[in-house]
Design a protein around this ligand. Structure first.
Ligand code: GLY
Length: 463
């Protein structure tokens, strides 16, 4: 089954149940200065979840393109991507748990053809002054029993850290006015025989359904969006309870193909193949570099499509960092062209996102221009260092042939815009500790509003 087929089956399933399809909202949100990118399906729908009337009615279905800068450091493993598509169905004060959970179970086990034996569910255990979600437990017990499965072995309970959804996380982290609620998640089991747990960094802890070892993967969640955070820190009930379902398209595909590596699914593997060809390097053994190149170039292409250009601020800054970071990882494999990789991205996405192909030239030119600017920056940085250290022998500043002072490394960072990793990729070394201290001092000086927006994102010093 292709990504496009999953979308078609999902949309038609919910249209048959009275849902209106709404368009994919822009990746750069309109009229929302609090956030740089659309990072969840619910983001464009917040006013309606809070009570406003939606012109399309109370049952909606969509596919939302999302970009999560906060996940940038996670990319490189077998399942994280910064760009992804979220399948969503929405009840705005219409149906609730007793419709939502049986529908999703039917969608997965009948229409999408999942083997029920590979699925596990999780339910909110209670906490933060909200009771355990007993209603969902009863519904799941009935559904699982009817499927011939033992609910005791299939339903797992977690607190808010795992089974609560809001844009800001657990209830204590939600700002006043933010909607959220407990959720029920469905996990796919790749099977103990792959030994993913034994071979992971979590091997010394017990494996469980919501473990991060990679054996189980969350494929979707149904959020019962019924609370709003109050100014006094408490949670009040919203005027009407909502359902916010989120199904990660790339993750559904991965589970349907029983493929623990998202970069080996039918959607992304052809792009990896083109990268292998271009760099004359095998994916095996170079997974991290190749995953970063592919993920970042896909995300950059979708961001360019919104009209954003690489720059030094806000979305443009994130775009610049994505492109340069993907080039760093590409060059570590081979100094080669990016156009063939871009062509393969367009081929893989054009069926679901035809605008990518229509704007191919624009995307390509923006990438190539930035590649050129980055080449110039690297050249200028080298020139600066070579001039400064010309004729110097080993001394306080130049400790070895390639070692530069932390002050100079910081100049390359602050005026040339190079991250520590990029400085090192030019062949220079410096005292990491001294550099980190300079960064710390710099950061405490520049606590600007926009710095808050990049929190957890592309912090250069983390690269
Ligand atoms: N349904 C919430 C999310 O995963 O985006």
């Amino acid at each position: 089954m292709t990504a496009k087929e999953i979308i078609d089956i999902y949309i038609s399933f919910f249209e048959k149940r009275g849902h209106k399809r709404i368009p994919n909202a822009p990746l750069v949100p309109e009229n929302d200065p609090t956030t740089l990118f659309t990072s969840s399906g619910m983001q464009p729908l917040v006013p309606y979840l809070l009570g406003e009337t939606h012109p399309a009615g109370t049952r909606l279905v969509d596919v939302q393109n999302c970009f999560r800068a906060v996940d940038i450091d996670e990319v490189g493993d077998n399942r994280h991507t910064t760009f992804f598509r979220m399948l969503g169905n929405w009840s705005l004060g219409d149906y609730f748990k007793k419709e939502q959970l049986p529908w999703i179970w039917e969608l997965l086990t009948k229409d999408l053809g999942f083997d029920a034996k590979k699925l596990y569910v999780t339910v909110f255990k209670g906490g933060n002054s909200v009771d355990k979600d007993e209603e969902s437990v009863l519904i799941w017990k009935d559904l699982l029993t009817k499927a011939g499965l033992n609910p005791e072995e299939r339903i797992f309970y977690y607190r808010a850290e795992k089974n609560w959804w809001s844009r800001s996380g657990t209830p204590d982290k939600m700002p006043a006015g933010e909607p959220g609620g407990p959720d029920s998640e469905i996990f796919y089991d790749f099977g103990a025989e792959l030994k993913l747990h034994e071979n992971s960094q979590f091997k010394n802890q017990e494996c469980h359904v919501n473990c991060d070892c990679g054996r189980f993967i969350e494929i979707c969640n149904s959020v019962f969006m019924q609370y709003r955070k109050q100014g006094d820190g408490s949670l009040a009930l919203l005027p009407r309870p909502n359902v916010d379902f989120g199904g990660g398209l790339e993750r559904l595909l991965l589970a349907l193909e029983n493929q623990p590596d998202v970069f080996k699914t039918s959607l992304l593997h052809p792009i990896i193949k083109s990268l292998e060809k271009q760099t004359e390097t095998p994916y095996k053994g170079n997974e991290t570099n190749m995953r970063i190149v592919v993920d970042h170039l896909i995300a950059a292409s979708f961001i360019i499509l919104t009209g954003i250009k690489p720059s030094n601020k806000e979305q443009g800054y994130i775009l610049r960092r994505l492109i340069r970071r993907s080039l760093d990882h590409l060059y570590s494999l081979k100094e080669t062209q990016i156009s063939p990789i871009l062509e393969s991205i367009i081929t893989q996405y054009k069926e679901t996102d035809p605008k990518l192909e229509e704007n191919f030239e624009e995307i390509k030119n923006t990438l190539l221009e930035e590649e050129q600017k980055y080449a110039n920056t690297r050249k200028e940085a080298k020139k600066y260092i070579e001039k400064k250290y010309k004729g110097k022998t080993v001394g306080d500043e130049l400790m070895g042939e390639k070692e530069i002072s932390a002050d100079d490394a910081f100049i390359l960072y602050s005026t040339h815009g190079l991250s520590p990793t990029q400085i090192k990729s030019l062949g220079y070394t410096f005292n990491d500790q001294a550099f980190a201290e300079k960064m710390k001092a710099h950061k405490s000086l520049s606590k600007t509003a926009s710095a808050g927006k990049f929190k957890g994102g592309l912090a250069d010093a983390q690269e």
